[in-house]
Design a protein around this ligand. Structure first.
Ligand code: HEC
Ligand code: HEC
Ligand code: HEC
Length: 295
């Protein structure tokens, strides 16, 4: 419920502008909410709860409505799953989904693959003739969750760095390694990887991110993996959303944000450990915005 309240808060536009507030030039960001696809408040519409839960856990970080990044279609309602597949209109999206899950090619690496039980849920639903269920926005386990990248620029935590104090809680949202680089010889810590996690995709520089150490977002972590999704390291998120490490795995390595069994993954190899250089408030170098907690 708190997650929902926070997400809803992003739409009020009531946040006070913070330092470095710039709107514009964003991809998939402010102003595009609700563009294309069915309204997000129908999440899970027509689906039995177990199928809806599977989509929520494994698929909607990309296949939301509208889809995120280069995912081709939404997977949030029964109508979405019964539509003809783009790659093969003789099959439904549900059938193609089952094939891709069984082949281990959806979700894409480095995402965690669906468990055998989860695959069995989709298989059983298709075998039963894809019956309608009632797990819509009004009840059941699935909440209506607009994608956090479709949010107005804001500061969800409502608190900012003071602009002066140095340490692990400094400068959330800013590119740490620009100042903390190994090429420098000024006695500052030399991070190999550093960045900040937020609850929504577009947050001001200096705004404190999620508190990963206590409260509702406790346990949020950046997991670094090899190309097959095998974990190599886990970086805890601190009280203001910052994460750091002094040593990176050998390249190529991959990154995802995990929280309560859900995740949002970066599908290309991490080209640079200064995560906030690309994951700015509006997104730079093709990144969609901030590194954002899975809903
Ligand atoms: C990290 C983002 C991401 C996640 C998570 C993800 N997908 Fe995808 N999906 C994509 C992208 C990108 C494509 C297009 C490229 C491709 O087909 O491989 C795609 C394509 C597909 C296609 C092919 C559509 C067609 O017409 O053939 C299906 C089916 C699919 N996804 C189902 C799923 C299911 C089911 C899940 C969850 C179990 C899932 N995906 C999770 C990103 C994602
Ligand atoms: C604009 C440059 C700049 C940026 C960006 C920056 N820092 Fe710093 N950082 C400094 C400076 C300068 C100091 C030393 C300040 C002092 O000692 O008074 C420092 C100190 C620190 C220290 C304490 C070192 C010690 O020995 O006490 C940590 C930890 C740290 N920064 C982490 C971070 C993290 C994490 C980020 C990104 C979220 C970050 N910094 C972003 C310039 C920066
Ligand atoms: C050079 C730019 C760049 C850097 C540096 C970078 N990323 Fe990304 N990131 C991207 C791009 C582009 C995408 C979207 C395409 C993709 O998934 O590969 C992305 C996507 C993501 C996503 C998924 C976005 C979503 O849909 O919520 C996560 C999570 C992520 N990155 C985490 C990280 C972490 C952690 C680091 C630092 C270890 C990092 N990124 C460094 C460019 C970058």
């Amino acid at each position: 419920m708190l997650l929902l309240a926070l997400a809803a808060g992003c739409y009020t536009g009531g946040a006070t502008a913070g330092p470095g507030d710039e709107i514009g030039g964003s991809t998939g960001g402010p102003g595009e909410q609700g563009a294309g696809g069915s309204p997000v408040d129908t999440f899970g519409e027509g689906l039995p709860c177990d199928v809806a839960q599977l989509m929520k856990t494994r698929c909607v970080s990309c296949h939301n409505s509208p889809p995120v990044g280069s995912a081709p279609m939404p997977l949030v309602s029964r109508a979405d799953l019964l539509a003809p597949a783009k790659s093969d209109p003789s099959k439904t999206v549900a059938q193609r989904s089952l094939e891709r899950m069984q082949a281990g090619t959806m979700p894409p690496m480095p995402a965690t693959q669906a468990t055998a039980d989860e695959v069995a849920v989709l298989q059983g639903w298709i075998a039963a003739g894809t019956p309608a269920g009632a797990c819509g926005a009004d009840g059941g386990a699935v909440l209506a969750t607009p994608d956090p990248l479709n949010a107005q620029i804001a500061c969800s935590s409502g608190t900012y760095w003071d602009g002066e104090s140095a340490g692990y809680q400094m400068a959330p949202g800013q590119p740490c390694i620009g100042c903390h680089a190994s090429s420098r010889d000024d006695g500052l810590p030399r991070f190999a990887i550093a960045g900040t996690v937020y609850t929504s995709g577009h947050e001001h520089d200096g705004c404190n991110g999620v508190n990963g150490t206590s409260g509702p977002f406790q346990g949020a972590a950046i997991v670094l993996t090899d190309r097959n999704g095998h974990p190599l390291a886990s970086l805890p998120v601190n009280g203001v959303g910052n994460f750091t490490t002094f040593s990176a795995p050998p390249a190529p390595f991959y990154a995802k944000l995990t929280f309560q069994g859900r995740e949002r993954v970066m599908t290309q190899a991490v080209p640079n450990g200064d995560c906030n250089r690309c994951h700015t408030s509006t997104g730079a170098n093709g990144a969609p915005g901030r590194i954002t907690l899975p809903q």
